[in-house]
Design a protein around this ligand. Structure first.
Ligand code: GCU
Length: 348
C-alpha cells in the first residue's frame, strides 16, 4: 500500500492529466459565496441557492450550487450532482435525472452543481466559464490544458470547498459524507473529480462510458476515442487526440482511474441497452480495479462471479465497491436512484 500511495498512485494521476483529461486548473486566487438566494422550503425539503464566484489571474466566473435537504433530521449523506444539463432550478423535481424530493424523502441531501455555468458544453463557448478566469481569452489554450470535463471535475471540488464552510454547516450537511455523482458525460467528470479529490468518500459513475468507466482498449466496441474526440472536441485536450485510432498506445486505461478512487467507494452503474457506453467494458474496468481496493482490504466487488453479464436489476455491493446493471437504455433513472438511495453507500 505504501508503494501504491507514494509512487504508483501519483504516477497514474499525472499520466491521466498528461494523456487523457488534461492539466487541472489551479486553486482560485479568491472564492466568494453569495447565499443571497436565501433558504426556502421546497417540496419535502429545504433549499438553498449559493452563487460561487471564483477569481483567477485572467478573470472571474460564477456558478450556482443548489442544496436540497430533508425537512427534519440530519441528512444521511449528500449527493453532489454534476448537473451538466443545468436542469436543477429552484423547484426540485421528483423523478428521473435529479429527483430532489425523492432524495430528501429518503433522508439524503442533494447538492446540484450547474455544470453548464462552470463550463458551457459547447465547442465554441466552453472556455467562457471558469477556464477563462485562468487563461487569457485571446490566446489559444495550451495543448495539454483540461477542457470541459476537467473543468466540471474542478467545479465539483469547488462545491466541496463550500460544503466544508461553517456557513454550509447550518444546512446540516456533513462534508465528510458527500458522494459526487454524474451521468454519462457528467459521470466522466465525477470519476475524474473523485480520482483527484480524496474528500469524496463515494464516487458514482452512472453510464459514463467512453473516457469514463469503460476500458479504453475496447476501442472498437461502443464509442471510440476518435468518435468522442470528433463528436465532442471541447471535452478533452489536444493531447488525448493522439490516441484516436490508437488506444493501445495509451499509458493508462480506465480501470486505473477507478482504482485512484480507493479507498473511497467507487460505484459503477451501467444499463443493458446502452451500447454506446459499452456496459461490458465498464464491467471489465470495475473488476480490474479490485486489486487496488484489495490493498485496503476492500477487494470484494460484491459480484458472485466475474462472468459477463451479471444479473440485471440487482445491486452488488462490497465494502468499498458497488455495481449494478440496470435493464433498459442510457439514463439516470428512478431505478438507478432507488439503488443509490437504498444501499447505504456511506457504510463499509
Ligand atoms: C453522447 C456521447 C457520450 C456521452 C453521452 C451523454 O452519447 O457520445 O460519450 O456520455 O452523450 O452525455 O449522454
Amino acid at each position: 500500500m505504501g508503494q501504491w500511495e507514494q509512487q504508483r498512485r501519483p504516477e497514474l494521476l499525472k499520466s491521466f492529466q498528461d494523456n487523457v483529461y488534461g492539466t487541472t486548473l489551479p486553486a482560485p486566487t479568491t472564492t466568494t459565496y453569495d447565499e443571497a438566494g436565501g433558504d426556502n422550503t421546497a417540496g419535502s425539503g429545504s433549499a438553498r441557492k449559493v452563487t460561487i464566484t471564483v477569481t483567477g489571474p485572467a478573470g472571474q466566473a460564477s456558478f450556482t450550487l443548489r442544496l436540497f435537504t430533508p425537512t427534519s433530521g440530519t441528512p444521511k449523506g449528500t449527493f453532489l450532482l454534476i448537473d451538466h444539463r443545468g436542469s436543477v432550478g429552484d423547484t426540485p423535481g421528483s423523478g428521473g435525472y435529479a429527483p430532489a424530493s425523492k432524495i430528501t424523502g429518503a433522508g439524503y441531501a442533494l447538492a446540484a452543481l450547474n455544470a453548464e455555468q462552470v463550463a458551457p458544453d459547447d465547442p465554441g463557448s466552453y472556455r467562457n466559464g471558469v477556464i477563462n478566469a485562468f487563461y487569457p481569452a485571446g490566446q489559444d489554450l495550451p495543448a495539454d490544458a483540461g477542457r470541459t470535463i476537467s473543468a466540471w471535475a474542478w467545479g465539483a471540488s469547488r462545491a466541496m470547498d463550500y460544503l466544508q464552510t461553517d456557513a454550509a454547516a447550518s444546512t446540516g450537511i456533513d462534508p465528510s459524507r458527500v458522494a459526487v455523482i454524474g451521468h454519462s458525460r457528467g459521470g466522466k467528470a465525477s470519476l475524474w473529480a473523485g480520482a483527484q479529490d480524496p474528500r469524496f468518500p463515494v464516487v458514482v459513475s452512472n453510464d459514463s462510458g467512453s473516457t469514463g468507466a469503460k476500458l479504453a482498449r475496447r476501442d472498437t466496441t461502443g464509442e471510440s476515442i476518435s468518435a468522442i474526440n470528433s463528436g465532442f472536441p471541447h471535452w478533452f485536450p489536444d493531447t488525448y487526440k493522439r490516441y484516436d485510432g490508437n488506444a493501445g498506445a495509451l499509458p493508462v486505461d480506465q480501470h486505473e482511474l477507478l482504482a485512484l478512487i480507493a479507498p473511497g467507494r467507487v460505484v459503477v452503474a451501467s444499463a443493458v441497452d446502452d451500447a454506446n457506453a459499452d456496459p461490458q467494458g465498464e464491467f471489465g474496468s470495475y473488476l480490474a480495479a479490485a486489486p487496488v481496493y484489495a490493498l485496503y482490504g476492500l477487494g470484494d466487488t460484491g459480484l458472485p462471479s466475474t462472468t459477463w453479464p451479471p444479473a440485471a436489476g440487482t445491486s452488488f455491493r462490497g465494502p468499498g465497491m458497488s455495481y449494478h446493471l440496470r435493464p433498459g437504455g442510457h439514463g439516470l433513472t428512478d431505478a438507478d436512484w432507488d439503488i443509490y438511495l437504498g444501499s447505504d453507500l456511506f457504510q463499509r
